[in-house]
Design a protein around this ligand. Structure first.
Ligand SMILES: NC(=O)c1ccc[n+]([C@@H]2O[C@H](COP(=O)([O-])OP(=O)(O)OC[C@H]3O[C@@H](n4cnc5c(N)ncnc54)[C@H](OP(=O)(O)O)[C@@H]3O)[C@@H](O)[C@H]2O)c1
Length: 241
């Protein structure tokens, strides 16, 4: 059996990826999020709020359970939040901590525990972090989001370098999924133009049906994971996989 740990499996890209993976009877998914929306004989839900780092820290040992003779083990850090849309100087103080907890600290703790929990497992192991093009270019109003995704990219690059030095064979990726029709895009379209100069462009993406469907993106990511050993680069965009 191949085992997948997927954060944010309750909706959007994470749910679509989970459903795509469950079509293969050799796959078992552990979903991690605050809400449960999937019922399947090969799906197990773990209720965790990644913005509550104390609770996450106390429950990490329950996430990565011993696995019997796995074919492949995969951690997908997909859960992510945009946070408040607003310029630095007009955000609530809590926003930066909230966004970094969910988008960086949570994934880092999960990566750390995943690697130590399955150190002795010799099967292929993959860490896939779902990043964003916003981690590589500034978007006004999204400072916490952009900088958190830049941090996630560097976390992935550093982790891959370490695994290569250790010769573990573990593959680490940071994948930007492109623009996808999920609740995150809805939140983007609800931003105030005074705090987000690209508002009209994002509204137009929806009006012109230019957003990808989550199901198509989920299938594509599932296909990528299957062939992940063929990809030498850590930082990838959806159109490259
Ligand atoms: N949609 C896009 O256009 C786009 C573009 C670039 C990158 N991305 C990235 O793609 C990933 C998925 O985004 P999406 O568009 O699918 O978003 P979404 O539809 O808003 O779904 C977000 C998922 O993350 C989970 N989540 C949010 N806060 C959480 C928390 N505190 N603890 C645990 N889980 C939490 C949610 O589950 P619960 O609410 O049940 O906890 C949900 O399953 C994110 O990392 C995002 O940054 C998306």
């Amino acid at each position: 059996m191949n085992y997948y740990f997927i954060t944010g499996a309750s909706k959007g890209i994470g749910k679509a990826l989970t459903e795509a993976l469950l079509k293969n009877e050799d796959n078992y998914v552990f979903g991690i999020s605050r809400n449960v929306t999937i019922k399947h004989e090969r799906y197990h839900h773990q209720h965790l709020d990644l913005s509550d780092i104390t609770a996450l820290r106390n429950n990490l040992h329950k996430v990565f359970l011993p696995l019997d003779n796995p074919g492949k083990i995969v951690l997908v850090n997909n859960a992510g939040v945009l946070g408040e849309i607003g310029y630095i100087g007009s955000q609530t103080t809590d926003n930066f901590e909230f966004v970094f907890d969910v988008n960086v600290i949570g994934p880092a703790l999960l990566m750390n525990t995943f690697l130590s929990a399955y150190l002795e497992q010799t099967c292929p192991k993959i860490i896939l972090n779902i990043s964003s093009g916003a981690g590589q270019r500034p978007i006004d109003g999204w400072s916490a989001y952009c900088s958190s995704k830049a941090a996630l990219d560097m976390l992935s690059l550093t982790c891959q370098k370490e695994q290569e030095l250790l010769k573990t064979g573990v593959k680490v990726f940071s994948l930007a999924p492109g623009v996808v029709d999920t609740t995150m895009q809805k939140q983007i379209r609800e931003g105030a133009a005074s705090q987000f100069s690209q508002l009209e462009q994002f509204v137009a993406l929806k009006e012109n049906n230019a957003l990808q469907e989550p199901e198509a993106v989920g299938e594509r990511i599932a296909g990528f994971i299957k062939n992940a050993s063929n990809y030498p680069n850590v930082l990838l965009r959806i159109d490259e996989v």
